[in-house]
Design a protein around this ligand. Structure first.
Ligand code: HEM
Ligand code: NAG
Ligand code: NAG
Ligand code: NAG
Length: 325
């Protein structure tokens, strides 16, 4: 090697650790806040004991966070009288679990002030809640930083009546394959949907004055009853997975094969010729679903993250550090 080559090589070696510092890593807080993940896990475990539905809350929060400006906790910012945040955008509507993030943040600020990002709290809490609900247990890289922007007009999420190609466009733009999208929609193995998101399928599907022919008629009449029961402006809900509604497993796909998907997009996964084979494969093999779901969740947690010196570490997850209220 010539002297110049050696110098260039040396310079690259010198750069390497600095570049690597801007990456997410498993155990990012090992030295700066060794108990960070244990503190989050403790809060999540306590809450889960009282309310198993928090798994669904976190899965949806994490998805909405990562698909709008990347996983940067922009979804946690409260609107103020002067400035609206993502929370005031339509699809936010029913995202929940914010107070659990607050509880974890408070404990983390007491243990290691200004060290653990709100974006990492969402990610780790989601990972822990998935495992508590019977899903996979996996390592998740950390080191995300919190974003400085949260705007309703950035919220451009796929809708419940999307076709598979339409949804795929949204997922492709974030770097996901069709298979990964089908696996991630397996998140609908837990949680609920409000009738307003699927009522069109029950009586006047696409202007036909008939229910959606791709829904099991027994489910149509059951949901019709559920949804007719709303009073005083309350929109009732139905479980997205009519089989094992609180367990993270592949039952969601079996339900889809039985024409018992709740959202149109869920049922479309079973109908579209591009995705039906993937649905069948996942329905037949829970171990494969668990492995693929863990991998896809890690990947979702990497979407457009801020690292290194970008963004900030919020002290209060609902407020930018520099925001005067
Ligand atoms: C094409 C993509 C997607 C669409 C159109 C979609 C749409 C929806 C809709 C309309 C609801 C009902 C909300 C409500 O009534 O409160 C919902 C709930 C939910 N979604 Fe998705 N979703 C998508 C992808 C995902 C992904 C990727 C995940 C996570 C990996 C996810 C996790 C959840 C969970 C867990 C719930 C239940 C929330 C609760 O019980 O509070 N969704 N989704
Ligand atoms: C943190 O510790 C864990 C467990 O010892 C290890 O697997 C991981 O690589 C460590 N991460 C960093 C960034 O030091
Ligand atoms: C749905 O419920 C309404 C009453 O709330 C009833 O008139 C209608 O026939 C039901 N439709 C189906 C498809 O079950
Ligand atoms: C949690 C939260 O802030 N939800 C808001 C979602 O958006 C609607 C309006 O579109 C607000 O009314 C909710 O308060």
């Amino acid at each position: 090697m010539g002297r110049v080559a050696i110098m260039i090589f040396g310079f690259l070696l010198y750069l390497l650790p600095n570049l690597a510092m801007a990456e997410l890593r498993v155990g990012f807080y090992n030295s700066t806040c060794p108990r960070a993940e244990a503190i989050i896990s403790g809060v999540v475990q306590n809450r889960f004991k009282a309310d198993r539905s928090i798994t669904a809350a976190f899965l949806r929060m994490h998805f909405h966070d990562c698909f709008v400006r990347g996983c940067d906790a922009s979804i946690l910012i409260d609107s103020t009288p002067k400035k609206q945040s993502e929370k005031s955008a339509g699809p936010n509507l029913t995202v929940r679990g914010f107070e659990i993030i607050d509880e974890a943040k408070k404990a983390l600020e007491a243990a290691c002030p200004s060290t653990v990002s709100c974006a990492d709290i969402i990610t780790v809490a989601t990972r822990d809640s998935v495992s508590l609900a019977g899903g996979p247990t996996y390592d998740i890289p950390t080191g995300r930083r919190d974003g400085m922007v949260s705007t309703p007009s950035d919220v451009n999420l796929p809708g419940p009546s999307f076709t598979v190609p339409q949804a795929l466009q949204a997922f492709k733009s974030k770097g996901f394959t069709l298979t990964e999208m089908v696996v991630l929609l397996g998140g609908h193995t837990v949680g609920v949907a409000h009738c307003g998101f699927f009522q069109d399928r029950l009586s006047n599907f696409q202007g036909t004055r008939l229910p959606d022919p791709s829904m099991d008629p027994a489910l149509v009449s059951q949901l019709n009853k559920t949804c007719g029961s709303g009073t005083g402006g309350v929109d009732p809900t139905a479980f997205l997975d009519q089989g094992t509604s609180f367990i993270v497993d592949n039952q969601f796909y079996s339900q889809v094969l039985k024409k018992r998907g709740i959202l149109q997009i869920d049922q479309e996964l079973g109908l579209d010729k591009s995705s039906t084979g993937i649905v069948s494969r996942l329905a037949a093999d829970n171990a494969e679903f668990q492995r693929s779901f863990a991998r896809a969740m890690v990947k979702m947690g990497n979407v457009q993250v801020l690292t290194g010196n970008a963004g900030e570490i919020r002290k209060n997850c609902r407020v930018f550090n520099n925001q005067r209220q």
